[in-house]
Design a protein around this ligand. Sequence first.
Ligand SMILES: Nc1ncnc2c1ncn2[C@@H]1O[C@H](COP(=O)(O)OP(=O)(O)OP(=O)(O)O)[C@@H](O)[C@H]1O
Ligand SMILES: [Mg+2]
Length: 252
Amino acid sequence: MEKVIEVKGLRKSYKDTEVLKGVDLEVKRGQIFALLGSNGAGKTTMVRILTTLLKQDEGTATINGFDVASNPDNVRRSISLTGQFAAVDEILTGRENLIMIAKLRHLNNPRQVADHMLSRFGLTDAADRKASTYSGGMRRRLDIALSLVGKPQIIFLDEPTTGLDPEARIAVWKTVKELADGGTTIFLTTQYLDEAEQLADRIAILHEGRIIANGTLSELKKLFPQAKVEYVEKQPSLEEIFLAIVGKKEAI
Ligand SMILES: Nc1ncnc2c1ncn2[C@@H]1O[C@H](COP(=O)(O)OP(=O)(O)OP(=O)(O)O)[C@@H](O)[C@H]1O
Ligand SMILES: [Mg+2]
């Protein structure tokens, strides 16, 4: 399978703080890749570099074969980003926000695209209200809907479900899975281990500036000590694996 995201030796410091200390990773077409890490681990920094919003200090990153540093325009044409904080235009209604993006992406039928997205994300009733009157969760849903307009090839979602209620979370998961089934590559960050467990084909854990584990859920489960058989065998949850790996790392 073709690699659509390739990162090698990525380093980034903010003044004296080294946030990324040499990150390597790859994501193949149609995969859902989850980058896990605690607050301040550097997830948003990674996403900002990969989406050309921030320059790395060292190392390389290519998206769809284009180098983020030397060919940012082509990278931007290949991707869509939903940042950690909503990028919705508050003065416009939900519908107007969607129509605007559909027009910017040169789609033929912006009104139809907007209607479809509104219904898919449960925003039809609120469609003609200004986004400034939306609740946090509604704004988030609109933000994700905006990033999905026009079926981009690669989608970056920085903590897509933070602050969503369980129903909205499931709606986002469903959409993400459908997109991946259709060949879209998804790079998402999350602090919710169950989200990674539910969605991701591959999971990487970013800790103290490095990827300390990277693999499928079943590969990561092998890193965890064998389940003890007492009366019932309990498979470790991703949370237990995460804590075991992070704890092990700190003990070294
Ligand atoms: N513009 C900046 N200037 C200085 N330090 C920064 C800047 N942006 C981020 N940092 C620092 O870099 C580290 C990584 O931040 P980043 O936002 O990438 O983490 P994160 O994994 O996305 O965290 P969260 O889960 O809270 O969103 C943090 O220590 C943060 O304080
Ligand atoms: Mg972040």
